[in-house]
Design a protein around this ligand. Structure first.
Ligand SMILES: *Cc1c(COP(=O)(O)O)cnc(C)c1O
Length: 403
């Protein structure tokens, strides 16, 4: 009889979105007349369609696949076509990050890479993860039996974790701009993490999935804008939120050539070589038409067209933030991020506030407690919804909470 990987049995059940759905259904049963007025501000998925220049490029790629002369089977490397890697390297250079095309690997998204990167590290590493955090980091490490410790994000540090030199870790997960808090590191804050990682010999796994939402100055889009990061960091990014690729699937991971770790026999092992070995055995690349579409995102027309959608979401975020400002409610995010992370009024708990918004304003958000213990008492609203509904939801919240 096979033995199970019993680490899976130790995982906490992820009830967050199941509970939300249950509560909404129960409310609709009780008050069927309210069903159509419910506004969902909890969604973590984009809603606007993909840019036309991207759609055209995907179609062109598909057409090429239907012609013998231009048909493509397995990709030689499985790590992405050069045309896409070069386009991404060019994008990095445009904001001053030192990344070369050969250091980029194309993937089917950031979630896979965030989860799979743990394969190349041993089971005894200590993994430092911020609390609250995107659940993938914790779950994928617990699945492979690793010890996870937490770096607190609180109102006191503006939900930007600060390195603690008394804590020793081997792997550190950072996400900026952050999901769920929307907070983004300044250059100095991120530099402090790079300095810390270098001083304790740790590697930072940096999730930059929301970099395209950054608008404020002095807010790095990539950890490779920070001096010293090339010897201590891996960056994982995605086109999901940048260009509406949640249903298309394309991301990329950057591992600098010089990033290396000393093995137990004393040899210096390249992290990039190890990751290539892992991917070469377990991954066969991203479909050609999708890579054509991804490359179109980085053309001048592509950048112009994705900006229209990003601006739409950012304006929604501004509307949410303005309403909270009027109410005098503390929040992070909304400026460099589609997420707004607010403090529940009157010391309410996350789920109590959820119930109140649902039953008294018919607005659905995401209880912060679902993202870690420091999320208790906080609540996430997203700007991925419709403009009119966002305005209506914030009007209702203002009426409900105005003193
Ligand atoms: C949405 C999201 C991603 C992107 O995941 P994909 O697999 O590329 O769709 C990565 N990290 C965070 C924190 C996210 O919220």
């Amino acid at each position: 009889m096979p033995q199970l990987n019993e680490n899976f049995l130790k995982l906490e059940k992820n009830y967050l979105f199941i509970n939300i759905a249950k509560k909404i259904n129960a409310y609709i049963q009780e008050s069927p007349d309210k069903k159509d007025s419910i506004i969902r501000m909890g969604i973590g998925d984009v809603t606007l369609p993909i840019a036309q220049v991207v759609v055209d490029a995907v179609k062109r790629g598909a057409d090429e696949m239907g012609v013998k002369e231009t048909f493509r089977g397995y990709e030689d490397s499985g790590s992405g076509y050069d045309f896409l890697k070069e386009a991404i390297a060019g994008y990095y250079h445009s904001f001053g990050a030192d990344v070369r095309a050969e250091e980029i690997r194309i993937s089917d998204g950031a979630k896979s890479d965030c989860g799979n990167i743990v394969d190349i590290f041993g089971p005894d590493n200590i993994v430092l993860i911020t609390d609250p955090a995107y659940p993938v980091y914790v779950d994928s490490n617990l699945m492979s039996g690793r010890r996870v410790i937490y770096a607190d994000c609180t109102k006191e540090n503006g939900f930007c974790a600060v390195p603690d030199y008394n804590v020793k870790a081997d792997l550190i997960y950072l996400c900026s701009p952050n999901n769920p808090t929307g907070a983004a590191f300044t250059t100095a804050q991120l530099k402090a993490w790079v300095d810390y990682a270098k001083s304790i010999g740790a590697i930072i796994i940096y999730d930059a999935a929301y970099e395209a939402f950054i608008t404020e100055p002095d807010t790095p889009r990539s950890i490779f804008e920070i001096e010293g990061a090339r010897s201590c960091a891996i960056e994982i990014c995605s086109l999901s939120k940048t260009a509406g690729f949640t249903g298309m699937r394309c991301g990329y991971t950057v591992i600098p050539e010089e990033l290396a770790v000393t093995a137990s026999d004393g040899t210096n092992v390249s992290i990039s070589a190890l990751w290539n070995r892992r991917q070469g055995s377990k991954f066969n690349g991203v479909s050609y038409p999708v890579q054509c579409g991804a490359a179109a995102v980085f053309t001048p027309e592509g950048q112009q067209q994705i900006k229209v959608n990003l601006e739409y979401y950012k304006e929604n975020a501004r509307i949410i933030g303005a309403a909270l400002d009027e109410l005098g409610i503390y929040y992070t995010g909304g400026k460099n991020s589609p997420y707004i992370w607010l403090e529940c009024p009157d010391n309410m708990k996350s789920w109590d506030f959820f119930d109140m918004l649902l039953t008294q304003a018919q607005v659905v958000g995401t209880p912060g407690a679902g993202f870690g213990k420091n999320g208790e008492g906080f609540f996430r609203l997203t700007s991925f919804g419709d403009r009119d509904k966002t305005i209506e939801a914030m009007d209702r919240i203002k009426k409900l909470l105005a003193k």
